[in-house]
Design a protein around this ligand. Structure first.
Ligand SMILES: [Fe+2]
Length: 497
């Protein structure tokens, strides 16, 4: 009997090895040779004349980008290639295309001499005062079904704003950031990414702490930036906007060196609209609002934003939609910045953590709150969290339109189940606001080199850690201890933490 069991075990093991080998070879077959995949066209410096391209191949082949005009005629763009490097089992290609014409539509393919991708397209900024773009956050899927749901949300955004010039993705593209998930993301988002320019922001799930992951994945401009390991800070002008992208994966959220970089960066532009994009949010009622990083951003980063006259701060991470009234110095102030936690385009959605209200977030700060979670669909009516609207249960996307002295923001939900009168999935405009200003008032007050060396970065780590520790023990911990009974109560009664 024992021998029979042993034999059965050996046969089972051999079968499993054979199956695994077969599956592996089938996967390898999918990603073999010089076929390019995970192709991204990203903002990289001046969007009137430049774009960054990145893609992967299974084999080590040379990089080749071909750019044509709309008619398919070759154009005189300059293309600089990085050395191909091995990364995560594949080969990674980066190319910078420059000397493009402003306000032009281009087609492109990537690959090598013999194997070319399908054609993608992008348009360069024409430099006028009008800019339209889409903002989404946290697809963070693991399964094909959920990536498809995220892609449906972004496709609804593109259909709602067909004039969008680029898509800001506020991070957490996938959940576990492994090759399998990125291949699923690629499958669902391939056509979307081939149709536009991407502005990617590093989320905490993007690479999950693996050094240099984000800068390898996308070809971004770090020529004048600040050192970080798990993400990238960069900025660019688009039309009359200056947009800075901050990495919130470093030192639990952000180092002092990054804040100095942001201050110099924002003071080096006279564009009328100053916008900051980052993954983690200073103001949130989601599950991550109870940790010190959100509090640290609220207490320290907001000072820099206030000093530089930032108009709008866009973030993700907490999978709910929350817009603040204008804030300055952590107080209501009509001259302050508006903070928008941009909901989630994906299917992982968070409830309100009511125990945070009053402790880590003054409810007077909230203008609009939309919860996308099944059986919740709450919104903030100024009195309680429990007003529900089933139209809120779906994927969230946001559109921004800047035209001279007016910035118009709209947030939408693509319903999971409700249909409109044409039988299409219902799209509900869940929030809308307009910011106005007198243009031509911003002045350049910083003209130096804003590069932070590795040595400066390392020298700043101890003060950064000290600042975080001070906020943690003097501000965050006493409040956390005070709300602990409420946290326990909500955990018992609502099973949320
Ligand atoms: Fe996140």
């Amino acid at each position: 009997m024992k021998a029979f069991k042993k034999l059965t075990a050996v046969l089972l093991a051999l079968t499993m090895i054979f199956c695994c080998a077969f599956v592996a070879s089938a996967e390898d077959e999918e990603k073999s040779g010089s076929e390019p995949f995970r192709i991204y066209c990203t903002v990289n410096g001046d969007p009137q004349t430049r774009r960054g391209f990145s893609w992967y191949t299974a084999e080590n082949v040379p990089s080749l980008v071909e750019i044509t005009d709309e008619e398919g005629e070759p154009v005189n763009a300059e293309i600089a290639y990085d050395d191909v490097f091995e990364w995560n089992g594949y080969y990674c290609h980066h190319a910078l295309v420059s000397s493009l014409e402003p306000g032009s539509v281009y087609l492109y393919t990537v690959g090598d001499e013999s194997t070319r991708s399908a054609a993608g397209t992008f348009s360069t900024d024409d430099g006028d005062q009008k800019t339209d773009f889409i903002v989404v956050a946290d697809v963070q899927a693991s399964t094909e079904e959920n990536f498809e749901k995220g892609a449906a949300t972004v496709n609804a955004a593109l259909a709602t704003m067909d004039s969008a010039e680029f898509i800001v993705s506020l991070g957490d593209f996938t959940n576990d950031s492994d090759n399998e998930e990125w291949d699923l993301y690629d499958k669902s988002f391939k056509e979307i990414n081939a149709s536009t320019t991407l502005v990617p922001i590093a989320g905490n799930h993007d690479g999950l702490g693996r050094k240099n992951w984000f800068r390898n994945m996308f070809c971004l401009d770090e020529s004048e930036s600040v050192e970080t390991d798990d993400g990238v800070n960069y900025s660019f002008d688009y039309g009359d906007c200056h947009i800075a992208v901050m990495n919130t994966n470093d030192m639990f959220s952000m180092t002092l060196a990054q804040m100095k970089w942001l201050k110099n960066d924002m003071n080096s532009t006279d564009k009328d609209w100053k916008i900051v994009c980052m993954h983690k949010s200073p103001y949130t009622l989601g599950k991550d609002g109870k940790w010190p990083d959100a509090m640290y951003l609220q207490k320290s980063l907001t000072r820099v934003l206030d000093e530089c006259g930032v108009d709008l701060v866009l973030s993700g991470h907490d999978h709910q939609y929350l817009r603040t009234k204008p804030l300055k110095g952590n107080r209501l102030n009509d001259d302050g910045s508006v903070y928008v936690l941009c909901g989630t385009a994906g299917s992982k959605r968070y409830e309100v953590r009511s125990f945070l209200a009053g402790a880590y977030l003054n409810t007077n700060f909230i203008n609009t709150l939309v919860i996308q979670k099944n059986n919740y669909g709450n919104y903030w009516n100024g009195e309680d969290w429990n007003s529900t609207d089933e139209r809120n249960i779906g994927g969230c996307f946001n559109t921004i339109s800047v035209d001279g002295g007016t910035l118009t923001f709209n947030s939408y939900i693509l319903s999971d189940e409700l249909l409109d009168e044409d039988g299409e999935r219902l799209i509900t405009n869940t929030d809308s606001f307009t910011l106005t200003k007198e243009t031509g008032k911003n002045e350049i007050t910083y003209t130096g080199d804003n590069t932070t060396s590795r040595a400066e970065y390392i020298a700043g780590l101890v003060p950064s850690f000290a600042a975080l520790a001070v906020y943690t023990f003097t501000d965050w911990l006493p409040k956390f201890l005070a709300i602990t009974p409420k946290i326990i109560y909500v955990y018992i009664t609502e099973d949320t933490f």
